[in-house]
Design a protein around this ligand. Structure first.
Ligand code: HEM
Length: 134
């Protein structure tokens, strides 16, 4: 597990800071976009560095509940990300005064993202092979 798990945990802490200090708009936006890019890149990194044919097919992990739960949560997270970016753009267009409804939507979805992402990291940690150093 090690590497990717601790990297994801570090980005989660960063995300919590950016969530708390959303008023510092540039910091908030930069961190959130970076975290999203990190999450999109992670599957590519893992596919490149692990033997998925062996793990999923030969070892039969493809039939495991944990794998599908992890996968489902990732899809949920990415859908939430897409909606969150849309509300962010609408908020920026509405300016400082307007957009109360869209602001509320962004806020509520933000909480959902924090929960979904925590679960993605937790289920990923459960699935990770303890012997894998990278
Ligand atoms: C591409 C990603 C994102 C962009 C561009 C973005 C942009 C923004 C902007 C421009 C604001 C208004 C800042 C202000 O003046 O208060 C804001 C507020 C906020 N954002 Fe984001 N955001 C993004 C992702 C996220 C994520 C992933 C979360 C949660 C994990 C989040 C949670 C919040 C919260 C709670 C607020 C305060 C809303 C309020 O009560 O007014 N954002 N965001």
């Amino acid at each position: 597990m090690a590497g990717p798990f601790y990297a994801a945990l570090a980005t989660y802490v960063l995300m919590l800071l950016a969530y708390r200090w959303h008023q510092v708009r540039r910091f908030h936006m930069t961190v959130m976009v970076a975290v999203m890019a990190f999450d999109v890149a992670m599957p590519f990194y893992l596919v490149a560095t692990r033997d998925w044919g062996k793990r999923l097919l030969a070892d039969g992990d493809i039939l495991s509940f944990g794998v599908w739960m992890h996968f489902g949560l990732i899809i949920t997270l990415f859908v939430l990300y897409a909606i969150q970016v849309q509300t962010a753009v609408q908020m920026l267009k509405a300016g400082a005064e307007g957009g109360a409804e869209i602001r509320a939507a962004h806020r509520v979805q933000g909480k959902g993202i924090l929960v979904a992402r925590a679960l993605v990291i937790a289920t990923g940690a459960i699935l990770a092979e303890p012997t894998n150093p990278a």
